[in-house]
Design a binder for this molecule. Sequence first.
Ligand SMILES: [Zn+2]
Length: 192
Amino acid sequence: MTNEETLHLFQEAEALLKGHFLLSSGRHSDQYLEKFRLVENPKLLEPICESLAERFRNDNIEAVLGPTTAGIILAYVYARILGVQGRYAESEGGVRKLRRGQTLYPGTRILIVDDILTTGGAVRECIDLAKQYQAEVAGIAVLADRTAGGTDFGYRLESALSIQVESWDPGECPLCKRNIPMTQPGSKNLNR
Ligand SMILES: [Zn+2]
């Protein structure tokens, strides 16, 4: 599946929003990726996961690890596709951990999966978690890389969609200058 084909699936899912957004970083943007439009839609999500899983087909993946929230759904989907087990990293005391008796055995080759790569914080927590259990990180798969290849975890990284989302400091935002109402994704419209 090409970048262009993945982009079409994101658009079909209405996961690629256009408007005037306040990002969690405090910057403004005219685009926003709402991963849940895709994660809630198996018909559109699964072909993307299958295409990414295929890239790791010969890497002897033995388990898939994903962080809360959407990463848990993704870990299950990839685990099913690859015929291995899923592990779910849940927040506990502000850090993602394996809970509910889950474990990873030393040397287990794992694939870390997540939705949208922005700062990479959740992926790094999963890498740390793998190290704690002495598991071996075989690679990382994300649905979309908003840094367009600009992130280096020190492990192989595969993304289905590589996209550069432009953002501005509030003072520099061209949409603010045009008085276009702003929304904060995941929250109510700020102008209402
Ligand atoms: Zn703005």
